[in-house]
Each structure stands twice: as structure tokens, then as C-alpha cells.
Design a protein around this ligand. Structure first.
Ligand SMILES: Cc1ncc(COP(=O)(O)O)c(C=O)c1O
Length: 377
């Protein structure tokens, strides 16, 4: 199989733990284990867990907590995976056959973009448009769907724009999938990370051939647990579990138990509240920084997620800009090139404390150098 490199993950995996300021991160400041466990009794119980194999599809307790988040589902509608990235892998591995077409909402996390091609499928891009407030044009979706369409894959809330699908687009996606009898794949890992406004409604429940991917890495600030899940019709979930036998077998025993704590009703709301307050504080800081640069940057305020997607007005390619920041300032951002969108950069804003301001000051250093080189005042 020919590898289609996952550019953004290669970039982040290579550098994120080697730089002084990692502004490529797309989640919020992770919760410490002690904060999740809290009481001494819980810590003690946790230390007594065996380092055993866990239930392959997730414990019944965890699957029923997850099922309670999706009306009409039971634990049989849930497969627990190692991160939502594994959930996406299993879904596409199962569904995409050579020659299939998948309509993919772009820009996107881009895992699907690579996997669809590696499984022999063809990506039919459906672009979000800045002039439509980072929505897609439903008329364009209609031109992309045909009898070869195996699936329509969306990321809602969206990475990297932070946009949430509007009602007209939601209806268009559901109608298009139903008309084509295609699968609807919805990556909803940023649900619950709304900076303001209501919680994003899941696409689950609008059409029977839907698979929803989600997990604890973003809104729940627990990426190190590597807990994700897929929601779908029970017979499809059973098939995906059989695919899972070839990947990682089980979620880790400890992560499954910790996820049960995070998803218990009171704790869940508390964690999501913490996420929202970090995002509100940090977006305030970031938007002030953006405004301070006058017309250099334009952006549409993200509704959800710990990321901000900026268009910049500098005569430099986005990967070159990111490389300069990395080499000269030990600061990592994501260049728009990695989403097929040069002229943009993605900045993570989920960090606690002064980290974000210090990272932004490093970016200012490169911007000043660029201005001096181009002879700007
Ligand atoms: C939209 C989206 N989906 C999926 C993932 C994968 O996350 P994880 O495997 O940690 O759940 C990410 C990570 O950045 C993401 O941004």
C-alpha cells in the first residue's frame, strides 16, 4: 500500500515535544491525573487496578455512559477505540473500496483525506468558504454526490476553522446522504468545546446510515487517555469491532476506567465548563493580539475548538513562515499548506497561563524580521 503522508501529524509528531512554544496543539491544557481522580480513596482504588487486557469494545459501563450522550442508542451502538483517530481509521477501512468516492468536507483534520486515497477511494472535496462564514455551499454538495458516493465525511465543529455547521448545511448533508444511500461520517471531537453559544448538535439520529466519531482528546482535555468512540447501527458497530481486532484489540484498562470518571454526569459538565473558560479567556487574548496587527490578519472568530485559523497578508508561503518560526523562535504553528490552503496559519489557543502570550511574542519577532527584510516601515 502506498503511503499518503499525513502532513500535519508528521509535522506535529516530529516537533511538538522539541519546541519551546507549541502553538500547533488543537486541544486545551490537559487535565492532570490527580485532578481527575481527586479523592485519596479514588487514587488508592486506581493504584490497585491490574494492568490487564480490558474489554475489547469498551467496558459496558463506559459504553453505557457514552450511549447516554446520543438519544436512542444503547451500549451496542458504541465501540470504544484508541482515540477518535482510530475510530476514523476503522470506519474508512471498512467502508472504502477501490473506486469508491467519498465527499470530504475541507479543510479538515486531514486523516480522512489520506486514508480514503490509501484504501483506493477518490476524494471529492467539498470546500468550506470563508465568504460564507466557513460554511459550504449546499448547491456544490449536490454536484458532488452520485451513485459512486460511498460516504460523505464531515468534521463538525470544524478543524481548523472552528465553524459549526448551520442548519441549512446540516439538512443538505443529511438529504444528500439519504438520496445517495451513502454513509454519513461525522467527526464531532470538538463538540463540547464551544467558546460560546449552544452545544453543537450531533448528526446522530438524522439518518440511519450514520457513524459518529468522537472522543476525550479535545473538549474533555484528556488526549493522553487515547479514548475515542464510534456510534453507529449495532450491526455495523459489531463489524468495526472485528476490524478493531486487527488494530489495537482493546482500549487500555486504565484509560477505560478513567474515561468512566470523566463522563460521569457531574464531572463531565465540570470538565466542559473548564474548557469553555480557558477558551473564552484565551480567545480574548488572541483576538487582541490579532487586532493589534491591523490589516495583517483577518479571521472569522471560531465558534468551537481551541484553534484559530488566520489569513495573513504577507508575501511568504505558509510552510516557509512556519519553518522560520520553528527554526528562529522554537515555536510551532500549523501552516495552511497542510490543509491545502496557503496564505493561512492555524494557532492553538488552549494553553494555560502566560504560555500563549509568550508564544505570540515569538511570532511577533518573526513578523518584525519579515517586515524589515521587505523594507516595510
Ligand atoms: C477533528 C479531529 N479529529 C480527530 C482527531 C484525532 O484525535 P484523537 O485521536 O486524539 O481523538 C483530531 C486531533 O487533532 C482532530 O482535530
Amino acid at each position: 500500500m502506498k503511503l499518503v503522508p499525513f502532513q500535519m501529524e508528521r509535522w506535529q509528531s516530529t516537533w511538538e515535544h522539541r519546541v519551546e512554544f507549541n502553538l500547533s496543539e488543537s486541544g486545551v491544557e490537559p487535565l492532570p491525573l490527580r485532578e481527575l481522580l481527586r479523592e485519596e480513596a479514588a487514587i488508592d482504588r486506581f493504584l490497585n487496578h491490574p494492568l490487564a487486557y480490558s474489554q475489547g469494545n469498551g467496558t459496558p459501563e463506559l459504553r453505557s455512559s457514552i450511549a447516554s450522550l446520543y438519544p436512542g442508542t444503547t451500549p451496542d451502538h458504541v465501540l470504544v477505540t484508541n482515540g477518535s483517530s482510530e475510530a476514523c481509521l476503522l470506519a474508512l477501512w471498512h467502508l472504502v473500496e477501490p473506486g469508491d468516492e467519498v465527499v470530504l468536507l475541507l479543510p479538515n483534520y486531514m486523516e480522512g483525506w489520506g486514508l480514503i486515497q490509501m484504501f483506493g477511494g477518490k476524494v471529492r472535496p467539498l470546500w468550506l468558504r470563508e465568504d460564507l462564514g466557513w460554511q459550504f455551499d449546499p448547491a456544490e454538495l449536490a454536484t458532488l454526490v452520485n451513485r459512486r458516493t460511498k460516504a460523505i465525511a464531515v468534521c463538525n465543529p470544524n478543524n481548523p476553522t472552528g465553524a459549526v455547521m448551520a442548519e441549512a448545511q446540516r439538512r443538505a448533508v443529511l438529504d444528500a446522504a439519504r438520496d445517495a444511500e451513502a454513509w454519513l461520517l461525522s467527526d464531532e471531537v470538538y463538540t463540547g468545546a464551544e467558546r460560546e453559544g449552544p452545544r453543537t448538535e450531533s448528526l446522530w439520529g438524522g439518518y440511519e446510515r450514520t457513524l459518529v466519531m468522537n472522543g476525550l482528546s479535545k473538549a474533555y482535555a484528556l488526549p493522553g487517555l487515547r479514548i475515542g468512540w464510534v456510534i453507529g447501527p449495532p450491526e455495523t458497530i459489531a463489524t468495526l469491532w472485528a476490524f478493531h481486532d486487527y488494530t489495537t484489540l482493546t482500549p487500555t484498562y486504565l484509560s477505560d476506567r478513567l474515561a468512566q470518571i470523566a463522563l460521569s454526569p457531574g464531572r463531565r459538565e465540570e470538565i466542559l465548563g473548564r474548557t469553555r473558560s480557558i477558551l473564552q479567556r484565551n480567545y480574548g487574548l488572541l483576538s487582541e493580539w490579532i487586532a493589534g496587527h491591523g490589516p495583517l490578519f483577518t479571521h472569522i472568530p471560531p465558534v468551537a475548538g481551541a484553534i484559530c485559523f488566520l489569513r495573513y497578508g504577507l508575501p511568504i508561503n505558509s510552510s516557509d513562515l512556519a519553518w522560520r518560526l520553528l527554526k528562529e523562535k522554537s515555536t510551532l504553528i500549523v501552516p495552511g499548506d497542510q490543509f491545502g490552503m496557503d496564505g493561512y496559519i492555524r494557532i492553538g489557543m488552549g494553553h494555560a497561563g502566560p504560555y500563549l502570550s509568550e508564544g505570540l511574542a515569538r511570532i511577533d519577532g518573526v513578523l518584525r524580521a519579515l517586515a524589515a527584510e521587505k523594507g516595510a516601515p
